[in-house]
Design a protein around this ligand. Sequence first.
Ligand code: NAD
Ligand code: UDP
Length: 342
Amino acid sequence: MHILVTGGAGYIGSHTVLELLQAKHEVVVLDNLSNSSALSLERVEQITDRQALFLEGDIRDRALLDRIFSAHEIDAVVHFAGLKAVGESVQQPLMYYDNNVSGSITLCQAMAAAGVFRLVFSSSATVYGDPDTMPIAETCPTGQPTNPYGRSKLMIENILRDLAAADPRWSIALLRYFNPAGAHPSGLIGESPHGQPNNLIPYISQVAIGRLQQLSVYGDDYPTRDGTGVRDYIHVVDLAQGHLAALDAIVRVPGIHTWNLGTGTGYTVLEMIAAFEQASGRPVPYAIAPRRAGDIAECWSDPGKAHRELGWRAVLGLHDMMTDAWRWQSQNPQGYEDEPAN
Ligand code: NAD
Ligand code: UDP
């Protein structure tokens, strides 16, 4: 198939472009590089010996989207483009709603005008809010996300549901990611956040490499086995492969589908630190800090629906995530900033 990947230069996007190219799809990437580097795609080419067509631009640019859809026979869109920093979304809500919600609306308008109705959307477990029971299945009602980022994801899900209800030509996958982690085993692509990382694994990696002094563990008084927060970390390569399975499924079965992409296993922050130290052989100094506003105690998936309906499940474990995260970090101490883009 010919696939348009928005946000394809980013962390999850670049890993998915790699899998799409290896599966012999033709790929066009649209990314404004607001949180990424085009080097990620050069590295993908190095690994796969195949090339995605990279277009630098914004999903809110309707004229550009129209030109892309008329120049390429696109069969489906995998839509990663968006802003994702929770704290920043609290400071700058309009920027988040404009990028994420307006951007998705413009994309869908351009798709419909071009007669392209297959869409895979990057949603998040954050749409469940703070559920009462674990694990979280797709039947669990969506809750009250605690920040504008989370609300933007839930808004887009609702817009896409309305769209699918209004027009049966749409075939949409809402993929609710749990916590993506790790990197491609080549060590050539990985997560390279601009500025100070917000997420646990890139923070731990940058402490281990010496870019940051110590990790703050946000809270050790949660009702969990060691008091720190529990999350369902999923290897980014497993996650990327989940997108290919979802693409196959929406070709076979039109309509709107929701799938959790997680492993079904939760780990605490302290367990993550210990696993990283073991994989890297480096100490990760940390200090207990107050809880981070908006965090929940625990969150892990019931991944059964994706397994039943997509034939997909995560196969890589915590050790793979940590080994691959460390290989990426140690080979690229400054991420993609180590090397100037051509
Ligand atoms: P990322 O920031 O690495 O990738 C997003 C990409 O989109 C970046 O390359 C960025 O430059 C691009 N982009 C942003 N706004 C754009 C715009 N208006 N037009 C064109 N390109 C634009 O983030 P990621 O971790 O790869 O996340 C990908 C998607 O998955 C996002 O939608 C994110 O919200 C979602 N998600 C991520 C996580 C996570 O923890 N990483 C969890 C759940 C959901
Ligand atoms: N966390 C932490 N210190 C950090 C970043 C994260 O203790 O510097 C904890 C956070 O409180 C949560 C877990 O690590 O329990 C995962 O947080 P992350 O931001 O990676 O993902 P989230 O689940 O919030 O999307």
